[in-house]
Design a protein around this ligand. Structure first.
Ligand code: ADP
Ligand code: MG
Length: 482
């Protein structure tokens, strides 16, 4: 319906004149759109409006707190850089929530949305006047990557699979370089929180202002090392690295097969540990399983504390979803969270991505989150996580749901407590598998196919009469559905 700049052009028209700031903004929007792609742009950025400039800071508006936080986290730095490139006087971007910034979500009278904000935009002469003498840009040490402020211990949800790694990380953040915890080696599959924990350690230490921390991916380490060799500044590189109190290298498996970089890392590692500095390393496997790393490096990596993060459990997934939903401020029904936790089991990143998308939709369209909407909005993700469902799985899920024994699916017991779930399982088997009625009957304790027909009819009747029951069955169906 609308391209990226149209909402923006309307604003300009409404204000009768297109201020110079607006022109900058439209250029920035075009750049952003080209960089992130149409879909991402439309999902997250399109509704951003430009607000006033105050000294070196420009305010941008977003319609909801969630969008603001998201945009701040994902695109904050980039927005700052783009604005600075357009208008050198602008060094900072402030993101604010302004109701009315979204055309679709509410009928409230816009208060400080982009329309009125643009009207309040100072003429560009004032903006330029701010640029008297460009201050040295805040240069972050080129050595390390910045820490993501969202990845803290507070936002890390602890459960059985990650409690040990979490405890070790906390311990290192409290008392770096303790014997027995140096190096700290965190390992586990992708998307399970290794990077999160490393950033949390870093942020905690930096917050206390006690030590200098350098965090970087192994890839960046290599890149920096090669660049240093090219520019004949390896000495400087080495010195920089050896001057930090805590060095964290993420995704060490990247160094496999990169012998020179590995060698350099090995020396840095030894120098730091010998000097009583803390090393934190992450990888996708344990030191002993990282074949391809030099033996002596593997040995040293395993000398401190080795902590693994296991695959998530259902309970942990639920806790994470609850925490993230609560932080978003959008009401997500427990059934939806349960559904997601059942369906998306691969890793936390995917789980988070799915929830974020749901929340974004709810915010953008002002609709409540329902199971139905969830299926719609996430159909691609869900499809990727789908498998063929079997009668055994159906029986297991249904038995779990109503808390009966799995054996009762094929037992002769006829009390409603077990007969009803059994009927539901038959109904779902008919709906979700291609098994014939006699085949289904056989799987349920050799029952006759007419029993299955009866069960299917009975469940359909009950679903008509009893909405709560219908919802239960629907939930089960969605969980199982392929
Ligand atoms: P890894 O480095 O192991 O691949 P990340 O640390 O990048 O994984 O985690 C992926 C995403 O999942 C991040 O957004 C992170 O914040 C989130 N995440 C992972 N584990 C947890 C957890 N236990 N609690 C909250 N968020 C988590
Ligand atoms: Mg990572």
């Amino acid at each position: 319906m609308t391209g990226g700049l149209e909402g923006y052009d309307e604003v300009a028209e409404a204000n009768a004149q297109k201020s110079i700031l607006d022109i900058h903004w439209s250029r920035i929007c075009a750049r952003l759109k080209a960089e992130v792609g149409e879909v991402e742009y439309n999902t997250w950025l399109r509704q951003m409006g430009v607000g006033p400039v105050d000294e070196d800071e420009i305010t941008l508006y977003l319609p909801t707190r969630f969008l603001r936080d998201w945009v701040r986290g994902q695109y904050g730095d980039r927005l700052g850089a783009l604005w600075h490139a357009e208008v050198p006087a602008i060094r900072r971007v402030e993101l604010q929530v302004a109701r009315g910034a979204s055309p679709a979500t509410d009928g409230d009278a816009p208060s400080a949305g982009p329309a009125s904000a643009a009207a309040a935009t100072p003429p560009v002469a004032e903006v330029v006047a701010v640029v008297e003498e460009p201050r040295a840009a805040e240069v972050r040490s080129d050595l390390a990557a910045p820490l993501d402020p969202r990845f803290t211990f507070d936002t890390f949800v602890v459960g059985k699979p990650n409690e040990f790694a979490y405890a070790c990380a906390r311990r290192v953040a409290e008392r770096p370089s303790s014997p027995g915890f140096n190096p700290l080696f965190l390992y586990g599959g992708v998307g399970l929180g290794k990077t999160h924990l490393m950033h949390a350690i870093g942020s905690e230490l930096v917050r206390e202002g006690r030590v200098s921390v350098a965090y970087m991916s192994a890839e960046k380490f290599m890149y920096r090392f090669i660049a240093a060799i090219r520019s004949q500044s390896t000495m400087e590189f080495k010195e920089q690295l050896r001057s930090v109190d805590v060095l964290m290298i993420d995704d060490l498996q990247f160094l496999i097969g990169k012998d020179n970089t590995q060698e350099e890392f090995f020396h840095t590692f030894n120098a730091l540990v010998d000097a009583g500095r803390q090393i934190v390393v992450s990888a996708d496997k344990s030191p002993s399983d990282l074949s391809g790393l030099e033996d002596r490096l593997r040995t040293r990596l395993g000398c401190g504390m080795v902590a693994d993060i296991h695959a998530t459990t259902f309970e942990l997934r639920i806790s994470i979803l609850e925490a993230k939903a609560a932080a978003s401020g959008v009401e997500v029904p427990a059934k939806v969270l349960e559904f997601l936790a059942h369906k998306i089991t691969s890793n936390v990143r995917e789980l988070e991505g799915a929830l974020n998308r749901l929340i974004a939709h709810a915010n953008l369209f002002g609709r409540p989150v329902t199971l139905e909407a969830t299926q719609d909005v996430l159909h691609d993700i869900l499809k990727a996580n789908n498998r063929r469902v079997t009668i055994e799985e159906i029986q297991r899920k249904v038995a779990e749901h109503w808390n009966i024994r799995l054996t009762d699916m094929s037992s002769a017991r006829r009390s409603t407590v077990v007969a009803r779930p059994r009927q539901v399982a038959m109904y779902l088997s008919k709906q979700l598998t291609s098994r014939s009625l006699p085949e289904i009957g056989r799987k349920f304790g050799n029952r006759d196919h007419t029993t299955v027909i009866y069960a299917v009819r009975r469940v359909m009747e009950l679903m008509e009469q009893d909405p709560a029951f219908a919802e239960d069955v629907e939930l089960l169906r969605r969980m199982l559905e392929s």
